[in-house]
Ligand binder design. Structure first.
Ligand SMILES: NC(=O)c1ccc[n+]([C@@H]2O[C@H](COP(=O)([O-])OP(=O)(O)OC[C@H]3O[C@@H](n4cnc5c(N)ncnc54)[C@H](O)[C@@H]3O)[C@@H](O)[C@H]2O)c1
Length: 345
């Protein structure tokens, strides 16, 4: 199978590509990534990069010509590329990047799939489309109440996919993962931010009362589900929306305390600030459908996943220090990206 992976230089996509290259010798990965501040070639391990079954195209999902060309060569598409940071969608001067990439980019990809055909399209949406939980456990029929511009843009992409299944019968399924965490997540996100601040003995901010909670999914469990989605009969999955959740939520104060404890740091590093506008108070999902359709259930309990994540950041200081320098640097992107034999070659 030749699998087009968009946004594969980011956090989750890089884990997915790594799994494909390491465990599925019959499969190839065709990666498309525009290497925004969140895309990082360091996320692609040498054994992946150097594999003859791995190809990288440095380009944007918004480039219709490139997308058409790559889709035409692919059997399956897994679409991760997105602007993903809720805070940026709140604090940036405008939300153009979110609407452009998460909605328009998805539409360009969908049109390419519609015209060129693929065997399956796995769309990575997000549980953020649900907003604050109205039920104890949110299932796939929970109302869509996205509360941030990020969540709204993802919701637009999610519903576009659904419409292309209904209108053009494309073989797509929509995945709604809850909050992911694990190695190689950008330091802007809560768990890596707290860990890397603690490792530097620097304070970190917590919003509101610290009681807003999320359902935390370890990245390897997410990848397990995607692999099952690649292998399951498409007739069983076409048009379905599938949550990836653990059914357990943990609030941000508890997480901060857990990280402080693992790293032996004082609680005084917490700097309390006002709540985030558009905050989602509680987020907890059921994975009953993923279990029924795929036999999937998450394997990693939160304390174990948190320990693995903290250990990874402890052991990979160079990775996150470089990322911090990159985010803070003001030079043109080209100077910041490692030169590569594969870039558009
Ligand atoms: N991280 C989570 O907790 C989480 C939870 C649910 C859903 N998701 C979804 O999973 C997907 C991956 O999330 P992530 O955390 O790995 O994100 P990330 O921010 O780490 O990576 C996003 C990647 O997309 C690339 N990209 C951005 N704009 C692009 C464009 N126009 N063209 C091509 N590439 C572009 C970036 O360079 C980056 O490599 C996203 O669609 C996100 O909405 C993430």
């Amino acid at each position: 199978m030749k699998i087009l992976v968009t946004g594969g230089a980011g956090f989750i996509g890089s884990h997915f590509a790594e799994r494909i290259i390491k465990t599925r010798p019959e499969d190839q990965v065709l990666m498309l990534d525009s290497l925004t501040y969140a895309g990082n070639l360091d996320n692609i391990l040498p054994e992946v990069w150097n594999s003859p079954r791995f190809f990288f195209w440095h380009g944007s999902i918004l480039d219709r010509t490139v997308v058409e060309r790559l889709v035409a060569q692919s059997d399956a598409v897994v679409h991760f590329a997105a602007e993903t940071h809720v805070d940026n969608s709140i604090h940036n001067y405008n939300t153009d990047d979110f609407v452009d990439t998460d909605v328009k980019g998805t539409q360009i990809l969908l049109d390419a799939i519609r015209h060129n055909g693929v065997d399956r399209y796995i769309h990575i949406s997000t549980s953020e489309v649900y907003g604050t939980a109205l039920a104890h456990l949110m299932d796939e029929d929970h109302p869509l109440n996205p509360r941030s511009p990020y969540a709204s843009a993802k919701c637009g992409g999610d519903r576009l996919v659904y419409s292309y299944v209904c209108t053009f019968q494309i073989p797509a399924l929509i995945v709604r993962p809850f909050n992911n965490y694990g190695p190689r997540q950008h330091v802007e996100k809560l768990i890596p931010h707290v860990i890397t601040q603690c490792l530097q003995d620097k304070s970190f901010q917590l919003h509101g009362t610290g009681k807003s909670s999320r359902d935390w999914l370890y990245v390897d469990d997410h990848v397990d589900a995607l692999i099952m989605m690649l292998d399951a009969p498409i007739d069983k999955l076409k048009g379905e929306v599938i949550n990836l959740a653990t059914g357990i939520d943990t609030d941000i104060y508890t997480i901060a305390l857990g990280i402080l404890k693992l790293l032996g740091k004082p609680e005084s590093l917490i700097n309390w600030v006002a709540d985030r506008p558009g905050q989602v108070d509680c987020h907890r999902g059921t994975c009953e459908k993923a279990n029924r359709l795929l036999g999937w259930h998450p394997k990693t309990v939160f304390n174990e996943g948190l320990w693995k994540t903290v250990s990874w950041y402890e052991q990979n200081t160079e990775w996150w220090s470089r990322l911090r320098r990159k985010v803070m640097a003001s030079g043109p992107l080209e100077e910041l990206v490692a030169p590569s034999k594969k870039l558009n070659g």
